[in-house]
Structure formats: structure tokens, C-alpha cells
Design a protein around this ligand. Structure first.
Ligand code: HEC
Length: 144
């Protein structure tokens, strides 16, 4: 169980975040939100479960700002144009398109059967990054 101090801090952070994201929110909904958070978080206090989804933005993402860094940090060590392991180059936007279209970009990072699980010999990349790549693909993978 988390300490009440941290619990309240998290609730205020949550409310602050909501206000930033959606100015139409009334104080009433914030109040209800805070109240339900107090009840759930203070009793079961699992920080990760509570905030993982809230702080992971998966809509309106940009290739340059959001997607490129994920690929760069997790994949380019093996899939730069120079490394090209497995004959897979993911260095630039254009390079991703065939793997988006055949489903292997998303499938490999989700460790779906029939595809080589990526990153090779490693655990999955974090769930938020996977959801962000998925969200960006669902929105037509804009080159922005
Ligand atoms: C440590 C090196 C390494 C890293 C890191 C790595 N890969 Fe790979 N990747 C490989 C190798 C080697 C292959 C060829 C595997 C095979 O054919 O069995 C491959 C194959 C692939 C394929 C083709 C899969 C298929 O079954 O057709 C895709 C797509 C892919 N990688 C995407 C990624 C993505 C996305 C990341 C980052 C999240 C990543 N890889 C990270 C080494 C790596």
C-alpha cells in the first residue's frame, strides 16, 4: 500500500494532466476522478497500473518526434542501413513502409507467432512504445 502523501501527489498530478489535456473538463468530473482515485489508488496503490495508460499518448503521433526515437533506441543497432541484420534496414521513414505493410514491424515487436521476435534475443520493448507504433500505424503512419 502506498503512503498517503504520495497518493495525494499522484492524484494532483493526474488532475493537472487532465486539465492540460482537456480544458473542457469541469471541476465536477475532476472531483469524481479524484475521489475514485483516492478510493482505488490509496487502497490498492499500484502506481504503474494507474498511470501507465494515462501517460502513454498513442494518438496524433509524429514520425520524427515519437516513432523515430523508439526505432533508433531499440532497433538501429542491428537495422541501420550499415548494420542491416537479417537484410532489414529500418533507418529512414521509407525503409519502414514494406515492414508496416506486411505487418512484420508490429508483429515482430509484439512477438507474434510466425515472425522473428524483436529486438532479437531480448525482452519486448516497453508496452507504451509498442502502443505508440501501433497507434501511429493505425493513423496511416504519417511522415511528419
Ligand atoms: C540484436 C540485433 C537486433 C535488434 C536490436 C533488432 N533486430 Fe530485428 N532482426 C534481427 C535479425 C538478426 C533479424 C533476422 C531474423 C531472422 O530472419 O530470423 C531481424 C529481423 C527483423 C524483422 C523481419 C522479421 C520477420 O520475421 O520477417 C523485422 C520486421 C525486424 N527485425 C524489426 C525489428 C525492430 C522493429 C526492432 C526494434 C524494436 C528490431 N528488429 C531490433 C536483429 C535485430
Amino acid at each position: 500500500m502506498s503512503k498517503p502523501k504520495f497518493c495525494l501527489l499522484r492524484i494532483f498530478k493526474r488532475i493537472h494532466y487532465q486539465m492540460k489535456m482537456n480544458k473542457k473538463n469541469t471541476f465536477f468530473t475532476l472531483y469524481i476522478l479524484g475521489l475514485s482515485l483516492i478510493i482505488t489508488s490509496c487502497y490498492y496503490g499500484n502506481e504503474e497500473d494507474l498511470f501507465a495508460n494515462i501517460e502513454c499518448r498513442t494518438e496524433g503521433l509524429s514520425y520524427q518526434q515519437d516513432i523515430r526515437p523508439i526505432i533508433a533506441n531499440n532497433c538501429l543497432v542491428c537495422h541501420s542501413a550499415a548494420a542491416n541484420l537479417g537484410n532489414v534496414n529500418l533507418q529512414n521513414y521509407e525503409d519502414l513502409i514494406p515492414y508496416i505493410n506486411d505487418g512484420s514491424l508490429l508483429g515482430s515487436i509484439k512477438h507474434e507467432p510466425g515472425l522473428a521476435p524483436m529486438p532479437e534475443n531480448s525482452t519486448k520493448i516497453d508496452e507504451c512504445s509498442i502502443s505508440q507504433i501501433e497507434g501511429w500505424i493505425d493513423e496511416g503512419f504519417p511522415n511528419n
